[in-house]
Write a protein that binds this ligand. Sequence first.
Ligand SMILES: [Mg+2]
Length: 170
Amino acid sequence: MKIFIPKMYKKSIFEIDYSKLKKLGYKLLIFDLDNTIGTISEKVCSKKSQEFLNSLTKDFQVIIASNSFKKRVSNFLKDTNLDYFSFSLKPTLKVLKKITKKYQIEYSKMVIIGDQVLTDIFLGNRKGLMTILVDPLYIKDFKITKINRNIEKLIMKKNKLIRGNYYEKE
Ligand SMILES: [Mg+2]
């Protein structure tokens, strides 16, 4: 069941120590979209998230990988220059393969950051990425995510992973 355990768990993307990640040699950050950088009711990326993600591009290649459809993702990111992969089918390996092909960076130099154990964390752990779980920005989820959340609850319980008990292993 270790495959579902994030290597790090933080309240939000803003609480992560990115300078430490840089020192550890990570080069590419993959962010989930829904409930990680924006809520599901936000049609476009907030100024706060936008500026924050933009500031990270100085030190990292920053990519958004979302399971949402292209229309939602491209519209959400329309005021940014961030590269994205929509309908990414996490936790299948499809999106990671596309990212390595495009950026020629090894999995061990990548970080995946997201609010879902079943998609973001599971995918990252499958290939040995640094995996960082964050809390969902808001309680509201898309329908498909609601189903995932019930499974997630069981997995978290089994692994003694408690929402709110943040940690940093490395
Ligand atoms: Mg999400």
